[in-house]
Design a protein around this ligand. Structure first.
Ligand SMILES: *[C@@H]1O[C@H](CO)[C@@H](O)[C@H](O)[C@H]1NC(C)=O
Ligand SMILES: *[C@@H]1O[C@H](CO)[C@@H](O)[C@H](O)[C@H]1NC(C)=O
Length: 193
């Protein structure tokens, strides 16, 4: 999956979110929501490690996603645009006063489906290229996340990538064995003493 996490928010009130994997992206996304200044419309991209948080705010409604950096920006922004339209079409003026997570039960499913579609279906990109709407987005620079978050309060971005799991599990087992051996030797030394 190219797009791994997404949310819809009014200001810093999260109305719906979905994560395709186990990750700390949700916590970092909240920090970003709090730090983006003002109420103006924005298109912005912030990189952290090998991932990019893409943010689109239109009329006070923010749609944010975290994607792999290899996904580029056209597909993630096409995703954000699609989500914005669907959200506004579905909920209309209810968006203006909704409580936190008010739309989560229903809309997290839409987020999940669209994430899957934009990550895996080549048609998602083709339609978008034909529309030629992304010229403005293409001019948005990808900035380091340090630009919005202080290095000090920035959280570590953890992403459970199933593809890497086996390697990590193996390394972890080796470390655990080394640790057990160390403990065993310490016990032997203590006994001798
Ligand atoms: C928002 O937009 C207005 C008008 O374009 C501009 O004057 C103002 O500086 C902007 N505010 C922020 C926080 O970017
Ligand atoms: C953000 O990008 C869209 C295209 O997806 C564009 O129509 C809009 O004007 C851009 N907004 C800003 C503030 O750059």
């Amino acid at each position: 999956m190219a797009i791994l996490y997404a949310l819809v928010a009014r200001g810093s009130v999260v109305l719906a979110e979905f994560s395709a994997t186990s990750t700390t992206a949700n916590a970092i996304a909240r920090q970003i929501l709090e730090k983006i200044p003002g109420n103006n419309d924005t298109n912005a991209s912030y990189s952290q490690d090998r991932y990019i948080f893409h943010v689109k705010r239109t009329d006070g409604l923010t749609v944010l996603c975290m994607a792999d950096d290899t996904a580029g920006r056209r597909i993630p922004f096409a995703f954000l645009e699609e989500i914005h339209q669907r959200f506004v079409r579905t909920y209309g003026r209810a968006v203006l006063s909704a409580q936190a997570y008010a739309m989560n039960d229903e809309f997290s499913r839409v987020l999940s489906q669209q994430m899957e579609y934009f990550s895996n279906d080549p048609n998602a990109d083709r339609i978008n290229r034909l529309r030629g709407e992304m010229s403005q987005v293409r001019n948005v620079m990808i900035e380091n996340i340090d630009k919005v978050l202080e290095r000090g309060d920035r959280l570590e971005l953890l992403v459970d990538k199933t593809a890497n799991m086996q390697g990590n599990t193996f390394r972890f087992r080796k470390q655990a064995r080394r640790f057990r051996n160390t403990v065993w030797w310490r016990n032997v030394k203590l006994t001798i003493l």
